[in-house]
Design a protein around this ligand. Structure first.
Ligand SMILES: [Zn+2]
Length: 356
């Protein structure tokens, strides 16, 4: 995938820089993790520091110091998941800020303009992501409004150096997914996201819906699965043709002392790591694994030291980026499915033995 800020090899994981920073990591750290794209949240950046500040700095790249490829979401997901008070209409959605309760009104035109001002390489349409348990009628009405909003976003979008992606919704209803897909393809976008999955539904349901939607998306355009970051889930959605995905999981886990390793997820706060002087993950070459022991990282996590958060975040993002690199190699070699089975077997074997 080519962007104005560089080429990205897919499949690729996007670490989430919610407030203009992947918590604890500098842009140089991010480069070292091998991450291809970084995601910024329009909802948070719009509220704080405000789009005018970032535009004044020359855009999100200049403001944050990250000069690689970047994607911003539209803020829709946060409006519907964070703001308890909101009022939805055809025009847009009114909501109370999660920071101070102040009232704001997002329209497709406003979030498109805000994302143009932020200036990421890829912008997203404003969509509604209904709760997993919403009724069929609700999903049907919602996906039609999302399609109308998507058209307004495309009409409002003017930057030639920024791609705009559409989003397929429809919950777990096969026919509604097909309808959303058809409506979104009809408008036409530079790439397509599948939203509203990985929001608490059983894993088989998620894969079942994705397996029907993904083959219908144009193969020459990027396919973005919104919100998956656990290693097994990542490998499963790659199997179904997904090119890019984002999730706060690897960075959030790190702040709780959990590290991803080839033999499963480990919690460094567990007693056994207090005197484990081996490396965090012997197969990883990141700064955390090359320079420190599990015992030291365990100590830092127990004491809530900033360095512990930073080093484990660095490791977890490196781990997922490296997983994507291995996936790309195995796809090229035609050995993906075989490699995935072996990889997952090893990863889950450790979980089953009670390391968690
Ligand atoms: Zn590492």
């Amino acid at each position: 995938m080519r962007t104005p800020h560089g080429q990205v090899e897919t499949p690729t994981f996007m670490p989430v820089g919610t407030r203009g920073t992947v918590k604890g990591l500098t842009p140089r750290d991010l480069r070292e993790t091998g991450a291809g794209l970084v995601l910024g949240n329009t909802y948070h950046l719009y509220l704080r520091p405000g789009v005018d500040v970032i535009r004044g700095a020359g855009g999100l790249h200049a403001f944050t110091g990250w000069n690689g490829p970047m994607l911003t979401d539209s803020g829709g997901y946060q409006v519907f998941s964070l703001s308890k008070i909101r009022k939805l209409s055809e025009e847009g959605v009114e909501f109370a800020s999660v920071y101070d309760g102040s009232s704001h009104f997002f329209t497709p035109e406003l979030t498109t303009r805000a994302q143009e001002d932020l200036g990421a390489d890829i912008a997203m349409v404003l969509d509604e992501c209904p709760p997993a348990d919403a009724s069929r009628e609700y999903h049907a009405e919602s996906l039609r409004r999302t399609a109308r909003w998507a058209r307004r976003c495309k009409e409002a979008h003017t930057r030639q150096d920024q791609a705009l992606f559409g989003i397929v919704q429809g919950g777990l209803f096969g026919d509604l997914r097909s309808e959303s897909l058809e409506r979104t393809l009809e408008i036409g976008f530079s790439g397509y996201a599948v939203g509203g999955l990985s929001v608490g539904e059983p894993g088989e349901k998620m894969l079942d819906v994705l397996s029907k939607v993904s083959p219908e998306l144009p193969s020459e355009k990027p396919r973005y699965f919104m919100g998956i970051g656990d290693p097994v889930g990542i490998l499963e959605v790659i199997s179904l043709g997904v090119d890019m995905f984002d999730c706060v999981l690897p960075t959030r886990l790190a702040r709780h002392g959990s590290a991803l390793t080839a033999e499963g997820r480990i919690n460094l706060k567990n007693a056994r790591y207090r005197t484990d002087f081996g490396p965090l993950d012997p197969e990883c070459s990141c700064e955390a694994c090359a320079g420190y022991s599990r015992a030291y990282l365990s100590h830092l996590c127990r004491e809530n030291e900033l360095l512990g958060h930073r080093l484990i975040t660095l490791h977890n993002v490196t781990f997922v980026s490296e997983l994507c690199r291995m996936a790309r190699e195995n796809i090229k070699a035609g050995s993906y499915e075989k490699w995935v089975r072996a990889w997952i077997g090893r990863y889950e074997g450790r979980i089953a033995s009670g390391t968690e």
